[in-house]
Design a binder for this molecule. Sequence first.
Ligand code: NAD
Length: 310
Amino acid sequence: MHKINVAVIGVGHLGEIHARIYSELPHTNLVGVCDINKDRLDKVCALLNVEGSTDYRDFFSKVEAVSIATPTKSHFEVARDFLKQGIHILVEKPFTSELKQADALIRLCKQKNLILQVGHIERFNSAFAATRNIIQEPKFIECHRLSPFTGRSIDVGVTMDLMIHDIDIVLGLVNSPVKRIDAVGAKILTHFEDIANARITFENGCVCNLTASRVSDESMRKIRIFMKNAYISLDYRNEEANIYRKVDSSITKEKLPIEKEQPLQKELSSFIECVAAKKEPLVNGPVARQALAVALNIQKKIWHSSIPSS
Ligand code: NAD
């Protein structure tokens, strides 16, 4: 496999980690990084000893692939401009701000025969990967994603910021159309909902309850999946999972063996493999669009119902 020339656009909190990982992967050559914040740019350039620019267009003729880790509101414009130049993209979640933008990027990617991956990182979590083949026909799913306030990603609400991770996972597990969505939420520190709770009912009868908060005292990223004769409790943060099985009239508990790996490193390696082999990514445009559609629907319900005006 030849070395793929890459750049990272937006080197804030997450983009800096993308850049560091690309600088260490065996099959990538980190050509440079871009950020409109000159101080941030200079810091990351010095740290990784790479070229920097405040204008992403400077990388058009220099790379085959980019990671886009700018705030959500700029994902569409940056992604579109790179795809137009024939450059493969990994765009951070949430895919775009609007569905019509997602549709335009999916069309462009198809026309140009390019790889488009969206950064739904939990797909690469080792605990999730270990349980994936055990999960069959979930009846009820409960998700909790709580984080202290970081002041980042406040151009979107917590639904698009955090809950979208769980929405993507749940849509992949249930494999049935969404029948009904109910949602409530509240603004606490930003102009958008900082706490959200949604209940998704699927056509096949499965019900999913999702809670997300970005103003919590504690951090938690957990999913509990209830099936006919077993229940899985998975902790993404600690990469741990237990399976509880009904055996006759008692319940057994088994801790699943999990080899902990860095999920972002797995995600970026997988993207580069897809670029090199022209392989479809696990989370491609159409898959990410489904999660975006549900997140936007939840957000609309929250904004039109419970959210108090400030
Ligand atoms: P951040 O605010 O720390 O970083 C964003 C950076 O982008 C800033 O340094 C900003 O100056 C820069 N920027 C803004 N517009 C730009 C442009 N047009 N060109 C170049 N640079 C630009 O935010 P963050 O926490 O790193 O989040 C970035 C993205 O990553 C968001 O989309 C967020 O939702 C996503 N994210 C994903 C995960 C995950 O688990 N997959 C975790 C955190 C953040």
